[in-house]
Design a protein around this ligand. Structure first.
Ligand code: NAP
Ligand code: G4F
Length: 355
């Protein structure tokens, strides 16, 4: 039985990937870090131990900032695959904790790859690095593909650039089967509520059921290429099953602004947003009731913004036969439906649901 180690198990992608790997009959070591509060909500459906199909789930504790914990896990389980999904993944937050972000996202990746090398696992352990479209930053080409020059615009993106090149160097220098998945934004009902799509679907649903009055956002004119996380973990898996290691863009090739995302979500909830004012005074108002539903809040602006991302994933589609199943409409529908249920539950029970 093949063993896969997943770092970042408690995150959006970690939870979907673990489900995928278990469905493939793997022994999965799900790495979590010490937390003073409960953070396993996304994994609540998954029990440790042998599953019905013979797959096995094991939880192990480690931290990307702690070399010894990583080497202990690598040495104990000698995984056939490592999916490095753990990161301080919030771009806005990275401006406030740049050194911490570099420690986890840049050096953390180095620590894992060094662990593989020092334990002599170079020929047996395949490695996936969660690289990002944020590497393209101030974009030099439209759409962005594997050959597009990088131009990072945040401490997060700079840290991920270090991790990207470290992955390439360990592939070329030590012969490790190491791949970078350069993934464009991908969302789901399990997306953290700090990211804009989920902040909108969750906030709008709470407005609909009367738990919240207004949604406060930063730059609503930036544009993103949003896919569904379920499709993107399939792509990660395919990269490590291929005969040769390489770097791949995963993207939809379709792009929307945050403003469009807002309009679609609110219209799905029977509101019609009209925009009045400009800059930080701009407001999104419901045409029928005249109520202000969206306000601009400077606190959510970033010192550097990435205004435009749109990916070309033809390499992954032709080489890996990666075929995403979700459309933009089905992504929005999935998230809105989920968050309406969450908001209704919160209203009924007077509590906040974690995921
Ligand atoms: P996420 O939901 O924020 O999950 C991040 C995970 O990393 C969490 O499980 C978190 O654990 C863990 N983590 C953070 N610091 C750690 C540390 N020092 N040691 C061990 N674990 C640590 O992120 P995601 O959306 O699933 O994204 C997965 C990966 O893909 C990330 O590396 C992200 O940067 C990258 N990425 C994401 C996207 C996207 O659109 N989602 C696109 C491109 C690349 P806690 O629960 O304990 O905080
Ligand atoms: O949802 P976001 O925070 O995602 P962002 O910055 O694109 O980063 C995500 O995708 C990356 C891949 O490109 C990942 F590498 C990264 O880990 C993360 O998953 O913001 C999207 C856009 C930005 O332009 C932001 O300025 O939405 C804009 N925005 C406007 N108001 C907001 C808000 N973003 C957040 N988080 N919160 C707001 O209130």
């Amino acid at each position: 039985m093949k063993t896969s180690l997943v770092t970042g198990a408690t995150g959006q992608d970690g939870s979907y990937l673990i489900e995928k790997l278990l469905s493939e009959g793997r022994r999965v070591c799900a790495m979590t870090r010490r937390s003073s509060t409960f953070n396993m909500a996304r994994l609540s459906g998954l029990k440790e131990g042998v599953q019905n199909n013979g797959a096995e789930l094991i939880y192990c504790q480690g931290d990307l900032t702690d070399q010894s914990s990583l080497e202990e896990i690598l040495g104990k389980y000698e995984p056939d695959e490592v999916y490095n999904l753990a990161a301080q993944s919030d771009v806005h937050a990275s401006f406030g904790v740049p050194e911490f972000t570099a420690d986890v996202d840049a050096l953390g990746t180095l620590r894992l790859l060094e662990g593989i090398r020092r334990l002599g696992l170079e020929k047996t352990t395949r490695f996936y690095q969660a690289s990002t479209s944020e590497l393209f930053g101030a974009v030099r080409e439209k759409p962005q593909r594997e050959t597009t020059p990088f131009a990072p615009r945040s401490p997060y993106a700079v840290a991920k650039l270090y991790a990207y090149w470290t992955t390439v160097n360990y592939r070329e220098g030590y012969g490790i089967f190491a791949c970078n998945g350069i993934l464009f934004n991908h969302e789901s009902p399990r997306r953290g509520k700090n990211f804009v799509t989920r902040k909108i679907t969750y906030g709008a649903a709470r407005i609909r059921v009367g738990l919240q009055d207004v949604l406060r956002l930063g730059n609503i004119d930036s544009r993103r290429d949003w896919g569904h996380a379920e499709d993107y973990v399939e792509g990660m898996f395919l990269m490590l099953q291929h005969e040769t290691p390489d770097d791949y863009v995963l993207a939809t090739g379709e792009q929307h602004s945050v403003r469009e995302f807002l309009e679609i979500v609110f219209s799905r909830l029977d509101y019609e947003l009209v925009w009045r004012g400009s800059g930080v005074e701009e407001k999104g108002i419901d045409r029928k009731s005249g109520k202000t539903l969206v306000e601009i809040d400077e606190r959510f602006f970033r010192p550097n913004e990435v205004n435009y991302l749109c990916g070309d994933s033809s390499k992954a589609r032709s080489v890996l036969k990666w075929t995403p199943k979700h459309s933009f409409a089905s992504l929005v529908e999935d998230m809105v439906r989920h968050d309406l249920e969450v908001a209704a539950f919160e209203k009924k029970n007077g509590m906040v649901v974690e995921v």
